[in-house]
Design a protein around this ligand. Sequence first.
Ligand code: 6PG
Length: 440
Amino acid sequence: MNEFGIIGVGRIGASMARNMLSKGIKISLYDKNFINSDNELNSSLIYDDLAEFVNSISKPRKILIFVPSGGPSNEVISELIQNLDSNDIIIDGGNTNPGVSFDNHQKVKSKNLLYLGMGVSGGVKGVLKGPSIMIGGDIKAYDQIKNSLSLITSKTIDNSQSFKLFGDSNQGHFVKMIHNGIEYVEMQLISSVYYLMINSKKYNYDDIAKIFEKWNDSELQSYLLEISIRKILEKTDDGHLIDRIDDEAEDNGTGRWMLNYAIELGCSVNMLNAALDSRFISKNKDDRKKISEKTEVSHRDFEIDIDALTKAYSFCRLINFIQAFLLINSANKKYGWNISISDALNVWSNGSIIKSSLINSLYKNYSVDNIISDKKIFKDLNELKSGLIDTLSTSLKNDVSVPCFNEALIYFNQMSSATLSTKLIQAQRNYFGSHKIKIN
Ligand code: 6PG
């Protein structure tokens, strides 16, 4: 009998299977459409019949699901619960919407089964080597899998393993969703920097990679920066790969969900909003082409102050994390959760896509669970702000948009202002709608 079952042997499921097998964990695999191009998976048991797969796993069964979230994973769960026995454990390892994760927990519970919603970060390579795992759900189920998770994860900044139970049902998927929102903005910031530099016509790909490498040898190091350098330098027979890549950026929904949560909670995540907008705008390729033929933009060469740009990039990264932290705080307050931001940073510090020196520094040097009362972060932001203003003025004067940079400054200036323009908004609302106003 095998200890774990994995349903869905796509890219992430296969990496997880290989990771588990390499640690001596016995597994059964189930995938109706399984194509075995992966020799290392030959040794494990692969089933295309659900009942046979279930019967090959020792009780209480622990079954990991790695199928696309939403429809497909809901279908798998519905089918699976008909085939399991009391106290068996269903673990949803996909990028699942926290609301859906909550509903699935209820569905599973009603059949006397246990549920874990498990956000897994690291991509194909990271999941193979030691992913970052964010869990929500039944503690009884968590207790039964934690030893195995210790074997397959990485060492974090506090020397623990990169997995954590954050709370009930959907809180693991919520933390993973926040991770992805941070990821979207980090990716956009790097892309905006690359775009500004290439459009200045003063830097070629090698020059950009050199500056990124310098950053990567400093406190600006991050996995996303590292892979960006690789992709910027990558060549094909016809030249640089990046010249041939289409600029329409896709998304799988996690950023949209986080924005929806922010709207529901009345929180600003304007950097994530800009990162998402930038992907949406990129998809309007035909319209962009038509409009570009009718408009005039600057085609001049221009100088970039790299010191200012470095400061601007650092500033924006801090604001991105502040926005994510404040969203977690609001969710904790509204839903009665107790998600620890330091625990989230610890779990993200290794194995995740957003692992970086900044995460380590935030964990060690700042009071992240109460960021508003942290003096250091605002001192840092004040020192870095001039660099952002300089970079933005370069971008505005030369018609090069740098999504997320503008939003970081608007957010910071508003958040650090004791009085806002919204005074007049209140007066306008009061005039046309007799809405109540508060008089100081
Ligand atoms: C990770 C990634 C992973 C995936 C996302 C990216 O942590 O390993 O976040 O979950 O790459 O789907 O999201 P988009 O496809 O929406 O960019």
